[in-house]
Design a protein around this ligand. Structure first.
Ligand code: COI
Length: 361
């Protein structure tokens, strides 16, 4: 694999500091973008080439481009955090880089070298460092690396050229209510992914597949949809864009990776963070029946969602076709809060990085 250098062609007119500060005061999620982006091309026979940091701008695209028709697209999400000394660090970018390679493989796309993925993120954050929100708050800089097939033509085959791009967006809480408990609709008929499919790849198609059930969840008054497995329609898999954890007293359980669940970096990190805090953590199967029964009998004490964008978000209400129940009395549970704080302390550099997860820019 070739590792291209990234040529710097910065903007002559970045956004004025006062306008940037106004955005950083209330960034929301995914609404504003920084001054630059990194682009790298891949062409069959030539490999990776033409790495550039350029002003953030629309990309011209031919109407017959592969991605618009056959959806060769993969993406990642990771965050840059302002540290107490004013420096900036990324959280486990190597994990995102490796998952990006696994997603690329699944969609018959070229694999970007891990070091190039990280270098592209570093270069962008270094250039747009003033867009990284201040230390200590809920805000961070969300990075969105992605890759699309750019060959022009309507033949159904892997494209012979690709474009990798990293953009960045200052981010506050993913859910408008902040860290307030969310409500979940358990969809017992629609599925997100099937065995042997591409549910464990981070590709736009999986998110497109989740939108109708997400709209149905919203119509039921819920914030998120929860998917069950596609074969027995009983084993909990994940939410539309985040993983789930079940808290049984001092033991936390997340659904085992079956091939149709996305292997979340936050999900993986929490297995270790929980152990650091003295909890037991494990992967296991949890059915929707068990979820309801164990809540009713009091053994299942808390449930929370996790992801890069969502961080850790408590679940307060659960609805399924035949029942509805409160989780932790509709409040944020104690274990959820402790894990959330421990993870954020690590990411913000106020706790010791005992796992070597933080990558200084
Ligand atoms: C993330 O948590 O980074 C995600 O990719 C979830 C969503 C915003 C698509």
């Amino acid at each position: 694999m070739t590792t291209p250098t990234i040529e710097l062609k910065p903007s002559a007119s970045p956004l004025a500091a006062a306008e940037r500060e106004a955005i950083l005061a209330n960034p929301g999620f995914g609404r504003h973008f920084t001054d630059h982006m990194v682009t790298i091309k891949w062409t069959e026979g030539r490999g990776w080439h033409d790495g550039q940091l350029v002003p953030y701008a629309p990309i011209p695209i031919d109407p017959a481009t592969n991605v618009l028709h056959y959806a060769q697209e993969i993406f990642e999400g990771l965050k840059a955090y302002r540290q107490p000394d004013g420096s900036v660090a990324l959280f486990r970018p190597d994990q995102n880089a490796k998952r990006f390679q696994r997603s690329a493989k699944r969609l018959a796309m070229p694999e970007l070298p891990v070091e190039t993925f990280i270098e592209a993120c570093d270069v962008l954050v270094r250039q747009d460092i003033d867009w990284v929100p201040a230390h200590g708050g809920e805000e961070s800089l969300y990075l969105r690396p992605f890759m699309i097939g750019t060959e022009v033509g309507l033949g159904v085959k892997p494209a012979n050229e690709y474009l990798f791009i990293v953009i960045a967006s200052p981010a506050g809480a993913y859910f408008p209510g902040g860290v307030k408990p969310v409500s979940i609709w358990v969809s017992e008929d629609r599925v997100r992914a099937v065995p042997g499919g591409m549910g464990d790849a981070k590709t736009g198609g999986n998110y497109a597949a989740s939108l109708l059930a997400q709209a149905e969840a919203a119509a039921k008054g819920c914030d998120q949809v929860c998917y069950l497995d596609a074969v027995e329609h009983q084993w909990v898999e994940e939410l539309g864009g985040m993983n789930l954890y079940f808290v049984y007293g001092d033991r936390i359980v997340t659904p085992t990776l079956t091939g149709s669940i996305l292997e979340g970096v936050t999900r993986d990190s929490l297995l270790a963070v929980a152990r650091d805090l003295g909890y037991e953590s494990e992967e296991g199967r949890v059915s929707v029946e068990q979820w309801q029964r164990d809540t009713e009998n009091g053994t299942l004490t808390e449930v929370f969602a996790c992801g890069t964008a969502a961080v850790i978000t408590p679940v307060g209400t659960v609805k399924r076709a035949s029942a509805e129940w409160k989780q932790s009395g509709g409040e944020t549970g104690e274990v959820t809060l402790r894990l959330r704080q421990a993870l954020l302390d690590l990411q913000r550099g106020t706790a010791e990085d005992t796992h070597g997860w933080m990558h200084k820019i």
